[in-house]
Design a protein around this ligand. Sequence first.
Ligand code: SF4
Length: 325
Amino acid sequence: MRPDQYGILYLALTSRCNLACSYCPVPKADISMPRLTAERGLDVLLHPRLRELRFFGGEPLLEFELIKILVERVQQSGHAGEHLLFRITTNGVLLDDEKLDFIEAHRNIQLVLSIDGAEKSHAGQRKSDAFSEKNSLEWFGKIAARIAALKRPVVANMVVCPQNVADMVENFAFIAKHGLRRVNILPAFYVEWSEDEISELRNGFRKTAALIDRLWSSGFSVEIENLHVNVEKPLFSGGLLLDCDGYVYSGDIAMLFHPGENRRRFSIGNITDINDLSALPEPPSACVDEESLFSRFSASALASTKQVDSELSHFVSMLRVLKSS
Ligand code: SF4
């Protein structure tokens, strides 16, 4: 395999975020990607076989002006295939008409929106001075119809954590009811779950699968993104990652480590020293070992992660059976 077989390129535009979700395993820092770094990254790492360019954070909409510049640059470059998809993974708080106009005008942009469900479940896990529990879903209420009407369907990332697992079915129904018909259900990884909470998760998956089956049987179109995702490590996937400080990684799992030296030990180089895609290791090239994960998380959080990931796999198998029957 050649390095241009990395089908996904992540640009981590910033390590900053305007929220502090209780289950977020990604450390933050006050670092954003300089425009020159981003442009060099595109010049070196784009190739015609790239399928997806993912704008990542932190919260990438904090760098929306840079997103606009980069989308236009890629489209004019002729380096990337015409089927290239741009994905913006966002908590949505900064979405407004101006940003939605830009997204609407570029049909190859797809939003991946973090929304955990109804007010209580969603807001309960988000902590920010600017984002109180009282008004937490106000932004969504204002633009839900526009988001639902985008030509390229939005993917809703619905995180299920120990604190909201009891409301899993209601939260799924809330998301579908608001017109978001592609849902990715993510149990919170790298946090601790008790045995009771895991059993509640199992139960929630069973009930949610039954609801999805009823929706499918009645002709209601809802796509479950988990059916199309296959990742080696829970939550993280392969591809190339250009971090906001210019370091390059194979896969995005290094994002679990604090920006700076702690993260860079997994890097495969700095974009200023990489002149050619062929200088990079061939994929897949796992850069974070188990020992490093144990140094970062407690043994019980890692054990929980394995358990909830196995419950998720079971849910996906259930859906496959229901879909084929
Ligand atoms: S919005 Fe995303 S990046 Fe920000 S704290 Fe929440 S989970 Fe983490």
